[in-house]
Design a protein around this ligand. Structure first.
Ligand code: TMP
Length: 208
């Protein structure tokens, strides 16, 4: 399903990879180029999703089974695509989304060890087959990422090995889909990283 006129760009990476900063800088760049831009996120891009995000990230004592976690993430995504992403694409907007389907393959697949084919099927179902035009993977070492992260939510408190598996998962996804997923080092200065992102996105904007 790619019938709409807008563009979906997703940002991925481990904790502390600098996604939020880069999404803000990218939004400013796009708006300055005259594009109507929407920055959103998963989980938590809708009112329902905010509630799901609080369950997933918040409560330390809350025991969440990995399968329950997967359903909550896909429920958040289903609502987000239907309520926010598709309508914005139909209006011709550029959407910058902080995490999307690759996060589930990296975190629940590589991190938690859940079946990748199953996750891919759920991702297709939740998104109605909507694939981003570009995915920016901000790659950095677990040491650097965890040094920047607050270390407070359920995922940030996972082990070093968990985050290492997530990072390797993301790199594997990028290797398998190089046309869509562009890996950018997230270890340098924010403006230097942003220059690399703009270089990647420029052809996409020039085509419109
Ligand atoms: P963030 O918005 O700070 O990146 O936090 C979102 C957290 O949710 C992050 O730790 C990763 C986790 N997450 C998954 O485990 N799977 C997913 O599919 C998504 C979208 C997020």
């Amino acid at each position: 399903m790619q019938a709409s006129t807008g563009v979906l760009v997703t940002f991925e990476g481990i904790e502390g990879s600098g996604k939020s900063t880069q999404i803000e800088l990218t939004r400013a760049y796009m708006e300055q180029k005259g594009y109507s831009c929407l920055a959103t996120r998963e989980p938590g891009g809708t009112p329902l999703g905010e509630g799901i995000r609080n369950f997933l990230l918040g409560q330390e004592e809350l025991r969440i089974d990995p399968v329950t976690e997967l359903f909550l993430i896909e429920a958040d995504r289903t609502q987000h695509v239907a309520e926010i992403i598709k309508p914005a694409l139909e209006e011709g907007r550029t959407i910058l989304c902080d995490r999307y389907t690759d996060a589930t393959i990296a975190y629940q697949g590589y991190g938690r060890g859940m079946d990748r084919a199953l996750i891919e099927a759920m991702n297709r179902w939740a998104t109605d087959g909507l694939i981003p035009q570009y995915t920016i993977l901000l790659d950095c070492s677990v040491e650097i990422g965890m040094g920047r992260a607050q270390g407070e939510d359920r995922f940030e408190r996972e082990s070093h090995n968990f985050h290492q598996r997530v990072r390797e998962g993301y790199l594997r996804i990028a290797q398998q889909d190089p046309q869509r997923v562009k890996t950018v080092s997230g270890e340098g200065e924010p403006m230097a990283i942003q220059d690399n992102i703009q270089r990647i996105l420029r052809p996409l904007l020039d085509r419109r």
